[in-house]
Write a protein that binds this ligand. Sequence first.
Ligand code: ATP
Length: 467
Amino acid sequence: MKMLDNFLKKLNKPVPVFAQTKMEKENPTDDAASTKPKTTFEDVAGLEEIKEELFEIVDFMKSPDKYKKMGAKIPKGVLFYGPPGTGKTLLASAVAGETNSSFFNVTGSEFVEKYVGVGAKRVRTLFEKARKEAPSIIFIDEIDAIGAKRHLESNNEKDQTLNQLLVEMDGFTKDSNVIIVGATNRLDLLDEALLRPGRFDRHIHIGSPNYHTRYEILKVHTNNKPIDSSVDLEVLAKKTHGFNGAHLSNIANEAAIFAVRDKSDVITSVHFDKALERVIAGLESKSSVLIEKEKKIVSYHEAGHALVSNLVGLCPIQKISIVPRGQALGYVLQLPDEDRYIYTKDELIGKMKILLAGKASEEIIFNHKSTGAKDDLKKVTDIANQMVCEYGMSNLGFMTIDGNVKSFMSEKIQKEANDIVQTCYKETLELLKNNINDLHVVSKHLFDKETMTHEELKSLITKECVN
Ligand code: ATP
């Protein structure tokens, strides 16, 4: 079973994306070959404040005299930090495209070597080339691989590589016209020396896109595609809370592939729905057929999730399925109507009940405990622990519990978390027992038809669908 939260966690794994940036490799075989990207800020949807900030650098590179006259120094380095797939590489290549600069796109791990001095030499070579081909942008993705905090017992090779990077950045003259852009998902790991002014002068956070940005990203990635009038990008943007740019461009691409497969001239909303499901839940596994007994268990498990989800009413259900996808034997596809950043205690408890409902349903019908609830229980445990240790939502009081205190109090924490989960579980069992006929009906429909839409669920159950 994969509920929305699992999906979004899962989505943080890199998703294959067909490159949308317009780049021309000059010499791909060269170690530190540059490209001349054709990407511009127009290719980067949303992120207006970030583009504005970068526009200053672009302006500086295009007309340095204007700034020099005022005694202003060009920033040497810009550091992008934030979750993966949010457009850091795209922005860096857009700065290169806007300034017609050579773009050196490297990854921190490329400099990590076993032999002392090799990484440092690579850094030296890279900067030499960048100076020669200036104006240049050097983009170092995963800069934490070489720029992590140094310790007393540090690795000599890594230290030398980082030192070389610092030396190169210090060696920039005001006329170098080379900008270094670093990207990391973990700003907290970086060595102070890299972050101080004069090196990475600007730190720019690039977070997960909000509704507006998701809409803009979808527009960028569909504007060269034959989109049918049935496709409503606003609705799609609403449904994709928690998705990053990479996921959205992937959805647009997958929808196009589904349209080709259907021999359709246009990409319809059906293709987008299929693409969304595929990106969220993985490939439909046509070969793994459930044996009759397991199919029945999965039907009740998913029916339990769907019923309780409907009764709790946190997030609208789009589809319920027992067709295996990826590693899931079944799933309830729930997509939010709006971006949510804050949850109340009641809502967290509601979430836990939805997650526990698969297990509860199996217990009521088969009187067993199965392995099918493993993922759900992990999620529930995380929420309960967070409620106790981070949100002050337990009898232990309004405080955060971490570090040494956490190990000191581990027994009490476990007891509190367990009490919360047990109470939720009992209430979930009650909910399902009170709606046992609906549970049988929904489960039977799933067993026979294997999938169910929100409308079908609505027509089958006696309690009105909350959403
Ligand atoms: P990572 O940290 O994993 O390297 P990243 O932040 O560098 O990720 P990008 O490689 O820039 O992410 O983005 C991946 C793809 O997502 C881009 O090629 C592009 O197709 C799409 N994308 C991301 N953000 C945007 C955006 N704001 N506008 C348009 N497309 C975007």
